[in-house]
Design a protein around this ligand. Structure first.
Ligand code: GAL
Length: 381
């Protein structure tokens, strides 16, 4: 089980701001705003995609703890990455009379009927990290700057290959380098943002011939990984090694959008002899700073990941929930980027950081996200 230590300062601010609105929330019986409801009469439904990924466990835990600390009841559900299960869970949240919904979709296009029902019951919907598409009834989106996450992934790859220096200036490496590209799950709106950010960043090097995509698979739908699954990524990497590298050539870099995918790629490469003597691991990127992958970075197996502080995302979701339950409009910091196909959803986007071996301590340990012992063990206690 993964335990995050709360940021003391965030928690204190949260409790203060939430207690300031006590008594001004929504009613638990009809889901509508009512100035008389107390936090303990309010239930927030929280739908998360899966417990097979450490990050979503951390998100669910942080959202639940923050809401409970503020006095609300929380109805937290995980759906095992199964789309119908998630639909049913949200249907039930609405029928039970949950007062507000915080939803991290499995398939961002599959929740329209649930959102229609939420709207009819006057329940506000906050889309959590993954944008819910094709519905007018998404009230708000909390996430990170997902295009920039992709840029950071591309930058990490270029830095690892020596094409960029740590300060962003041009590196001394000349290549050419063999690189393979992986994308996330195409039903997740984020996948395209990560891909575009990363691809735009490395494209000049592809165009100049310094980076070669030996498999020729340069389109997102060729590179996609259904449900972001480690096994799917491992299988594709094995296939790529067989189809494009049986001539003795080596993979120098792999763009990966998520740590679980990176671990699948690493397994395939290790099974093919990479990481042994005289056969070094390619530069491999990632995302989420999952503890198992942070250890791999510390051990020099994976090159980098992107740290998106789930504590801050949870805190932001709660701030937005609090505003709605208090009958106010939450503050957005982006009202242009996230068009869900029906409307541009007002968003609050957070910033992310690239984690390399040499900044694990300042970013992850000193901030209390992990202890040094957890990093060393590759397991959260
Ligand atoms: C995305 C999310 C990433 C990663 C991925 C796989 O939606 O933004 O951080 O967690 O899902 O779970």
């Amino acid at each position: 089980m993964n335990v995050r230590r709360p940021l003391a300062v965030l928690t204190a601010g949260l409790v203060l701001s939430l207690s300031a609105c006590g008594g001004g929330g929504a009613g638990s019986t009809d889901g509508a705003s009512s100035s008389s409801a107390k936090p303990e009469d309010i239930t927030v439904g929280v739908a998360m995609p899966t417990q097979t990924s450490e990050r979503w466990i951390a998100d669910g835990k942080a959202v639940k703890e923050g809401l409970e600390k503020a006095g609300y009841k929380v109805d937290l559900q995980y759906a095992n990455d199964d789309i119908p299960t998630q639909g049913q869970q949200i249907d039930q949240m609405i029928t039970k009379g949950d007062d507000l919904l915080i939803l991290a979709a499995i398939d961002g296009t599959a929740l329209s009927s649930q959102l229609d029902a939420a709207k009819a019951a006057n329940i506000k919907v906050i889309s959590y990290d993954r944008l819910i598409r094709d519905s007018a009834n998404v009230d708000f989106y909390v996430s990170f700057d997902n295009y920039k996450v992709g840029v950071q992934q591309g930058t990490a790859l270029l830095t690892g290959l020596g094409l960029l220096n740590a300060d962003g200036s041009k590196g001394t490496a000349t290549g050419p380098f063999n690189v393979e590209l992986f994308a996330g799950s195409l039903d997740d709106n984020n996948a395209g943002f990560f891909w575009n950010g990363a691809f735009d960043t490395i494209k000049p090097f592809i165009d100049s011939g310094v980076i070669k995509i030996k498999s020729g698979q340069t389109k997102i739908d060729e590179a996609a990984t259904l449900r972001w699954q480690q096994e799917v990524a491992q299988k594709r990497m094995e296939d790529l090694l067989t189809s494009a590298y049986s001539d003795g050539s080596k993979v120098d870099g792999v763009l990966s959008p998520y740590d679980g995918i990176s671990r699948g790629i690493i397994t395939a490469l290790q099974n093919a002899g990479y990481g042994g003597s005289g056969n070094k691991m390619p530069i491999i990127t990632g995302q989420d700073a999952e503890i198992a992958s942070v250890k791999l970075i510390n051990d020099g197996v994976q090159y980098a990941t992107i740290f998106k502080d789930t504590r801050k995302l949870a805190e932001q979701a709660i701030t937005v929930a609090e505003a709605y339950l208090d009958g106010k409009e939450p503050e957005a910091n982006d009202t242009k980027t996230y068009d869900n196909g029906v409307k541009v959803v007002p968003s609050f986007l957070l910033q992310s950081d690239i984690v390399y071996k040499d900044n694990i301590k300042p970013l992850l340990v000193d901030s209390g996200y992990y202890t040094q012992a957890e990093v060393d063990a590759g397991q959260a206690s």
